[in-house]
Structure formats: C-alpha cells, structure tokens
Design a protein. Structure first.
Lengths: 150, 168
C-alpha cells in the first residue's frame, strides 16, 4: 500500500482531466446521450484504446513498478450488472454526472452537485443495508467479511 | 464550451489518452484497479455498521480510496481556480435554458438522480471507470454488459427528457 499523498495526486490528476475535458459537464453528457456530441464517446473510447494494450502488457510482465505480483481481480458477473447499470444510466442522465464528476463538480464550485452527492450516499447506503435481502433473488456474491487489503 | 468559465475542452484524444495513462500508472505503481463508485461505500462505511460495509474489500481500502476521492474534489478546485475565479455557482447549461428552475428545483432533482447512481452502481458493481474503462479494457463480460446497460438507459432517459418531455 503506497502513501496516501500518492493516491491524492492520482485523484487530482484524474479530476483535473475530467473537469477540463467535458466529462464533468452537464451539457457534454446530454450531448453524448442525444448523439449530438462525439466528445465523451471519444474520451471513453480513447481511454480504453490506451488502457487495453497497456493492461495486456502489464499482465504479461505480471509485476508492478516495485516488483510485487500484479493483482487484477475481474468483477463478478451477475444479473445486477445489467439491472444496476440501467439504474445508474438513468441517474447519469438526470444529473449529468457519473460518480467521479460528482466530486469534480463539487470542487469546481457547482453547488447542485451537493444534492447528487447526498443522493449517491443514501442510495449506496440503502443498497448496503438491504444487501442480504437482495442477494439471493439477484444472485449477488456472498460477502467476504474481515480485514483484507482489497 | 464547458459550463465552467466557458472554457474550450481538451481534445477528446488527449483527455482519453490521459485517463488511460492515469489508469495504467495507478495499477503499475500502486497495484490498484481503477474504480470510483466503490469509494462511496468507503464513505458509507464511516457511518454505517451494516455487514456489507464491513467486508474486507472496503475496510482494507480506506487508505487508498478515500484520498483518491479527495483528489477528484481537489482536481475540480484546481481546474476552476486556475481558469478564473473560484466561486460557488448554480449554472446548469441546457437544463437552465429548457426548464429555468432555481436551486429549490435543482437540488431535489440532483438528489433523486444521485439515488439512482448510488443504488445502481452498487448493484452493478461499478461505474464508468471500473466497468466502462478498466473492465472493458480487461475484456470482462460483466463490464461489457453493464456498460451497454448504462449507456442505453442514459440514452433513453435524456431523449425522454429533452425530446419528449421538454418538447411537449
């Protein structure tokens, strides 16, 4: 586990790019969903075009910069991927923000992002509290409790 | 043009390449898989004792996800402060032009949207970053399916709002 300031730095760089690229901009998000603006398709596609070959290469070497074994855990597949994705898409359209840009917009001084942040925390909180009741009907994975280094 | 200070955005290829580079560096240097929405569970875990928030993946990741989220906020502050005055504002682009609602309308609208994002990303197990960028780059089926679902739902919702509701 690296130092907290390093993660702060990664987050800051990421947030700055989201802010200046349109990814954290209400109008560019709506333009994407109205098929009127290519910008965000280009950004997501460009990010995948860089990440995919780089990731393939990193997994082949199998080591991080400090020589420890690389750890890439695939996300579990279950019916919630599509159902939850659809709910998230509605929220992304309503607010013009996906999770990162909520914090970026707040930093930029867009006061309404406070409403989105409060909603996200309540929504995630409700999901967590209801997890055991949703788990079987939606075939979600069992919880791995305890202290790990995820 | 961006809502923020009417800035011209970075070209898409530059922004995309930068996001890809940050994603790869985060993995190569710190061995962490990019993912933003899981960080909201770390925030919830500070206040909620439900077992879901006390699982290993969350309790063991406060040390990186919380500063990463703080960085996203700081990136927004720096971006605004280096391109003009930093000042709280309410402008919402085409939403203002179409609906003209004030803060009392925008806050609950955003809150409801946030509920969908919070519940939806947790059910989906990821968002645009963890599924859309990292998961797709890693050719994970769950991520491809989830990304198709949120893009389709966003497309339908925005078209209902701006081409059906606003046009009626």
């Amino acid at each position: 586990m690296s130092a907290p300031w390093l993660y702060l730095l990664f987050g800051t760089a990421f947030g700055w790019v989201l802010s200046r690229s349109g990814a954290a901009d209400y109008d560019y998000v709506q333009g994407m969903f109205l098929l009127e603006s290519f910008q965000l398709y280009g950004i997501i596609g460009g990010a995948v075009a860089v990440t995919a070959p780089g990731l393939w290469l990193l997994k082949r070497t199998g080591r991080t910069a400090t020589g420890t074994p690389l750890r890439v855990t695939p996300k579990p597949r279950h019916p919630g991927n599509v159902l939850g994705g659809a709910l998230f898409g509605i929220g992304w359209s309503l607010t013009g923000m996906c999770p990162g840009p909520i914090l970026v917009n707040l930093g930029e001084g867009k006061v309404y992002a406070l409403g989105a942040l409060a909603g996200v925390l309540v929504g995630a909180g409700v999901f967590g509290v209801l997890y055991e009741r949703l788990r079987l009907p939606l075939h979600l994975p069992a919880l791995k409790l305890g202290t790990g280094d995820g | 043009m961006l809502i923020l200070h009417d800035l011209t955005p970075l070209p898409w290829w530059l922004a995309g390449a930068a996001i890809g580079a940050i994603t790869l560096l985060l993995l190569w240097v710190t061995n962490q898989r990019l993912g933003i929405s899981t960080g909201f569970e770390n925030l919830c875990a500070l206040a909620l004792r439900a077992p879901y928030f006390q699982r290993a993946e969350i309790t063991g990741s406060h040390a990186w996800r919380l500063p990463f989220l703080g960085g996203l906020f700081l990136g927004g502050v720096l971006s605004a402060a280096t391109s003009g005055d930093w000042w709280p504002f309410w402008s919402l682009g085409m939403f203002d032009l179409t609906f003209g609602w004030g803060p009392a309308g925008k806050l609950p609208w955003m809150f409801v949207g946030g509920l969908f994002i919070g519940f939806g990303t947790r059910l989906a197990g990821g968002c645009t970053s963890g599924h859309g960028i990292f998961g797709i780059s890693n050719l994970e089926r769950a991520s491809v399916e989830s990304t198709l679902a949120f893009m389709a739902a966003g497309l339908v919702t925005t078209n209902l709002i701006y081409r059906v509701w606003a046009a009626s």
